[in-house]
Write a protein that binds this ligand. Structure first.
Ligand code: F6P
Length: 319
């Protein structure tokens, strides 16, 4: 294989740039040509493709976002769109693709693999919602962002003696809430994976208040539902003024943590090696600190396990 394409698709994740850099530089080191495809699968359909060189990826390892830009492509899911993409791959002489994103992106990559285009996937999403890998690129950066926000909100929470709900991203996965809640010393962590009892949250607020506690931080995963409704109920049941902060897309940006950059660099390198070795239809991941690769199909079918042990520690430490 002499010509590789790389694209980023779906929600962006800090560390994507570090992975792109690794893919580009490893390809060039291995004497392969490397093409950057813009805006995910849309760029593959529209031929928004440029050859990259060593300098194309200079000064990006520390930057959030994705220099290739990203998109969620509806057109790629149609037969016509998919066929256009296949045609563009042939026109540009691309012999293999490295595709960065989350589960929706992986499903697209699997279709390309099934159509005979060698494809390797790298897991990038802040949600950490892919069961086959311990961590996805971008997750720890998002957790750092949330922990920083918790510390800041805690200051004002204490000054005013309030309860503060911090809603975090993650879709149906509670990992961002769980990890940031534990690291941020939250009094309550509310996640979709564990049935939540509003009365327990309220009891904690009242007990805390009775022993002189001035703040109460509740980290709530977006998959739970409406944070404002939860806030209103808490206020009614405890009398504690309750403010809601929805952190939103701030969690998707920012300079990637060292860990995200390291796994991104390793996976980018490995993805090129696998393609050059004739592999296809593989998803890279991290298990017990080791780089792994698995069939995309199999990876997509591994159920995400919630770390109940960690959740219980959070509960114990916030009594
Ligand atoms: O999948 C990443 C994610 O940030 C989710 O946590 C969130 O629900 C969603 O994407 C937001 O999507 P968008 O960027 O399209 O608003």
């Amino acid at each position: 294989m002499k010509t590789i394409g790389v694209l980023t698709s779906g929600g962006d994740a800090p560390g994507m740039n570090a992975a792109i850099r690794s893919v580009v530089r490893t390809s060039i080191y291995q004497n392969a040509r490397i093409f950057g495809i813009k805006q995910g699968y849309n760029g593959l359909i529209n031929g928004e493709i440029e050859e990259m060189n060593l300098s194309s990826v200079a000064d990006i390892i520390h930057r959030g976002g994705t220099m290739l830009r990203s998109a969620r492509s509806d057109e790629f899911t149609t037969k016509a769109g998919f066929n256009k993409a296949l045609n563009v791959v042939r026109v540009f002489g691309i012999e293999g693709l490295i595709i960065l994103g989350g589960d929706g992106t992986f499903r697209g990559a699997k279709k390309l693999h099934d159509a005979g285009i060698p494809t390797i996937c790298i897991p990038c999403t802040i949600d950490n919602d892919m069961g086959y890998t311990d961590y996805t690129i971008g997750f720890f950066t998002a957790v750092e962002t949330v922990v920083d926000a918790i510390s800041k909100i805690r200051d004002t929470s204490t000054s005013h003696g309030r309860a503060n709900i911090i809603e975090v991203m993650g879709r149906e996965c509670g990992d961002i809430a769980l990890y940031s809640g534990l690291a941020g010393g939250a009094e309550s962590i509310i996640v979709p994976e564990v049935e939540f009892d509003i009365d327990e949250v309220c009891r904690k607020i009242i007990h805390g208040r009775n022993r002189g506690k001035l703040h109460h931080i509740i980290v709530l995963a977006e998959g739970i539902g409406n944070a404002y409704e939860v806030g209103r109920e808490i206020e009614e049941k405890t009398g504690a003024e309750t403010k809601v902060t929805i952190l939103g897309h701030i969690q998707r940006g920012g300079t990637p943590t060292a860990y995200d950059r390291i796994i991104a660099s390793k996976m980018g390198n490995k993805a090129v090696e696998l393609l050059l070795a004739g592999e296809s239809g593989k998803a890279l991941g991290i298990k017990c600190n080791q780089l792994i690769s698995m069939d995309i199909d199999e990876a997509l079918n591994v159920k995400k396990e919630f770390d109940k042990g960690m959740y219980d520690i959070g509960r114990i430490l916030s009594i």
